[in-house]
Design a binder for this molecule. Sequence first.
Ligand code: SAM
Ligand code: MD0
Ligand code: SF4
Length: 370
Amino acid sequence: MDRFTSAQLNTLLAKAVQGSAPTPHDIERLLLLTDPDQVAALMQAARRVRTRHFGREVFLYGFLYASTHCRNHCRFCLYRRGNPAAPRYRKSQTEMVALATALADSGVHLIDLTMGEDPEVYAPDGKGFETLLETMDRIRTATGLPLMASVGVVPPVILEGLAERGIEWYACYQETHSISGYHRLRSGQDYDERWRSKLRAGELGMLVEEGILTGVGETPRDLVRSLMAMRTMAADQVRAMTFVPQTGTPMAGWRHRPPWSELKLIALMRLVMPDALIPASLDIDGLSGLAQRLAAGANVVTSLVPPGEGLAGVAQSELDIEAGNRSVSGIQETLATCGLQPAAAEAYLAWVRARQEMKCRAQRRDRCAC
Ligand code: SAM
Ligand code: MD0
Ligand code: SF4
């Protein structure tokens, strides 16, 4: 792949800052940048785009891993079915409401309720889903915050139930948009079913988060395809997570380090989808990895977990949780060092409502056009 001269790169980045996204070919070349000054220029451009769309304010997401039981066996995941190394627990409804309330009191803007595809919730009689919907209602009443459901590929009727209850977000990460890559990672799961569940959530008026994994054997072309897919589906929040090898899984010994990085992907997502929310997750490198993710153009701090409650992360089940570093107070200093500050709760809510309204108008336009 041909390299950029500094002049070429500066022109391309200046155009991106003005709103003209790089082409797929250029995205691939940017992924392969190695010169530290050129990489720094990419990050700076991403920060400029973030500032243009979001100013100096970042959003904060509380993370509640409500059940670590799962019927699936994703090859990359600690919580895959049958892994004896996975810490397993299932929080009761009362516990979840109390944990969400504590997170809300700590100052987060949203509660992300995440679970494995817990066989108790996914039971054929539907009672588990009924309880889940009720739990989300109770969390809403107790916290008044926007909510995200990261609960796996739920049946269509449950997706409708979430939308009817006004649950703002549906998060469901494809990990890759290469079908063979998907089947390698999410073995036994249907690519189209997962993809369609997100499109359907969007049609039902929910905001959608899409995500990719990096460091799992993907090619630059795969990543370009993913970025294009995220943009085409008009995902409202987009993320990249660096794969963390997990004990007891088929990928425990995987040590592939590609020449690109989560940071470059964050910057590229920012250039390609300037107004999307992009997480700086505490779930990969903990607090020490926050500043670099924000410097790459991320504008949401995710995976804030209250200490002392026996709660787990996903990629990092324990890192920094009990030390209180994955908390609103724990990240303040880093935010200030990066010249950023938490948004007001009203500002996050206003962003969510404006985005929902924009999607709704776009859908009405599309329906009229056909
Ligand atoms: N069970 C639901 C599902 O799979 O959609 C909800 C959990 S989902 C939020 C877990 C996400 O964390 C995965 O989609 C993947 O992107 C990420 N993840 C899981 N294991 C990981 C690992 N070992 N390293 C990095 N990211 C990981
Ligand atoms: C995070 N640990 O934000 C969480 C999780 C699920 N919606 C998010 C992967 O990194
Ligand atoms: Fe289960 Fe989600 Fe982990 Fe896959 S990624 S094993 S669906 S918890």
